[in-house]
Design a protein around this ligand. Structure first.
Ligand SMILES: [Zn+2]
Length: 126
């Protein structure tokens, strides 16, 4: 994932967790220092309106407004090249890491359980 986007995701999860201890505050200050002011400004405006500044893209749909996201935007996010805004709700878009797990595994087919072969070798009986 794009590093800037990763920082935004972390920032949002920290802010929405509502943790108010010293460690959390230090992490927030550190994260905010890493994010360019214009991006942070846009993010803060969304949060000030009671929205989340970031929305996950699931199945090419923005989780913030449930509108379809153009494939080109999803591809850019997948490559981690750039940050993208939802055209509809204006939130920053990110691809949750879980997307990778949705790819079906060909080896995950549950077969009949094989009984473990009992070895009655002479060495075990001694
Ligand atoms: Zn949206």
């Amino acid at each position: 994932m794009n590093e800037l986007l990763q920082n935004l995701v972390k920032l949002q999860s920290l802010e929405f967790a509502g943790v108010k201890d010293k460690n959390a505050e230090a992490s927030l200050t550190e994260l905010r220092g890493k994010i360019p002011p214009q991006i942070l400004g846009h993010y803060d405006r969304l949060v000030a309106h009671g929205k989340k500044g970031l929305a996950a893209v699931r199945g090419q749909v923005c989780s913030g407004c449930h509108m379809q996201v153009p494939l080109g935007v999803v591809m850019t996010l997948k490559r981690g090249q750039d940050i993208q805004l939802c055209e509809n709700c204006g939130r920053y878009l990110y691809l949750p890491e879980a997307t990778k797990a949705e790819v079906p595994k060909p080896t995950a087919k549950p077969g009949p359980a094989r009984k473990p072969r009992k070895s009655k070798g002479p060495l075990l009986l001694v």
